[in-house]
Design a protein around this ligand. Structure first.
Ligand SMILES: CC(C)(COP(=O)(O)OP(=O)(O)OC[C@H]1O[C@@H](n2cnc3c(N)ncnc32)[C@H](O)[C@@H]1OP(=O)(O)O)[C@@H](O)C(=O)NCCC(=O)NCCS
Length: 212
């Protein structure tokens, strides 16, 4: 994950699901969502969005089409559910956009070389739908996917200055790895030049409980 792009579960047996927002999230209106696997057809519309979703940073180069072809079974898209599925179709349209609007996505994989580890490459929520639990829901689905494959820990890397991404990962069960080579940056252990010169990173890890 570059400095320009910081921060960079439905059970796997079902291809998609429509869910209402958890009650605890209703402090902000949230349309019913459908979670499904990405396909290659999703690449063009999503890659068109990501620079904007990362606040203008050039993230699209980090999301080539192969993610949607070769890693779909461990990736997710959340979208606004069809009107038929919404409790109130008018509200759904006003709050989250039209049915099919992308509410968020996550692309990740199980490490071929470290099969007990999975990695989240990119995840984001539509800026109009943040702080409603969508990012957390995407991560939970990913964790369910990879736990079912025997994965024991999920990792990801984040630029230490990206406060939102740091807070989000701390809130979703990740801890920053602190070991020789790391030092405090922006108040969190991070590895200088982790991805390239000047590309410092927090390495976040979340341990999965196989009984969950
Ligand atoms: C990081 C991101 C994915 C979070 O998505 P989200 O759907 O808004 O997150 P959630 O609503 O599931 O938040 C879960 C928890 O994370 C924390 N959190 C999320 N956004 C936060 C923010 N802006 N400030 C502080 N804490 C935040 C909170 O503890 C939150 O729980 P709460 O709302 O009950 O307090 C979203 O802000 C985003 O897309 N950012 C740009 C892309 C990015 O940085 N991705 C990072 C991974 S590559």
């Amino acid at each position: 994950m570059s400095r320009e792009a910081p921060g960079r579960g439905e059970p796997p047996s079902t291809p998609s699901s429509t869910v209402a927002a958890p009650a605890s999230r209703l402090r902000r209106p949230t349309p019913p969502l459908r979670f499904r696997r990405p396909t290659e057809a999703d690449h063009a519309p999503i890659v068109h969005l990501v620079d904007d979703w990362w606040g203008g940073r050039p993230v699209r180069r980090l999301l080539p089409r192969f993610w949607f072809r070769h890693f779909a079974s461990t990736s997710w898209i959340a979208e606004v559910a069809a009107a038929d599925d919404a409790d109130d179709a008018d509200d759904a349209g006003q709050v989250g956009g039209r049915a099919g609007t992308v509410a968020g996505f996550l692309v990740g994989f199980v490490s071929p070389d470290h099969p007990d580890e999975a990695f989240v490459h990119l995840a984001a929520t539509n800026p109009n739908l943040r702080r409603r639990g969508i990012g957390r829901a995407l991560y939970e689905r990913f964790c369910d996917d990879v736990r079912a494959r025997g994965v024991q820990r999920v990792t990801t890397t984040v630029w230490p200055g990206d406060r939102v991404a740091v807070d989000f990962h701390r809130a979703t069960g990740f801890r920053a790895i602190d070991r020789p080579g790391s030092r405090a940056m922006y108040g969190i252990p991070a590895f200088p030049d982790y991805d390239a010169d000047g590309e410092d990173r927090v390495v976040f890890v979340r341990t999965l409980d196989p009984t969950d």
